[in-house]
Design a protein around this ligand. Sequence first.
Ligand code: PRP
Length: 188
Amino acid sequence: MREHIERVLFSAEEIQRRVRELGAQISRDYRNGGKKDPFGRPLLVVGLLKGALPFMADLIRNLDIPIHYDFMAVSSYRNGTSPGEVRVLKDLDCAVGRRDVLIVEDIVDTGHTLRHILRSLQAREPASLKVCTLLDKPYRREVAVPVDYVGFVVPENVFVVGYGLDYAELYRNLPFIGVLKPEYIREA
Ligand code: PRP
């Protein structure tokens, strides 16, 4: 699969280094007054399937605070008739009312997916709600969304795969993030 990659944008080592930094920063923030839960329950880390799985797995092992974790799965319709429409395929197993919640995403692009998730979780009245994304493409935003922790800004608008990010469900298992060679991108 490596031969499908034109160039590596973020190597496995760079990703691991950045994930360690993010883990340390998030641990510090929640230890130092960031927790608002009146019952003092552990931070609830919510991973968005499927893309966030590798990042989530590495990030939680770099959190030096008590946590619980859970997952949501959503599907966004691209190239469809209703841009920005998001459907929840799997909701959380646990309640989030009055809990501290951290959403973990692999990439924020137009912002539609995250806006939908934020609205859905906000309606359940968490004590606090923050967002951590590995990658950000701020220049692609169609709706404004708050992002509290960013691993890397993708420096140009290229299609990235690896470390959870897919093209046609492939390449999620690459340990690095790279740009796919154009000949492997089929026109829809
Ligand atoms: C990707 C990614 C984000 C979303 C970002 O998910 O994981 O959730 O798109 O795009 P947006 O900001 O334009 O909404 P995708 O729907 O491809 O599902 P996946 O995580 O299963 O790959």
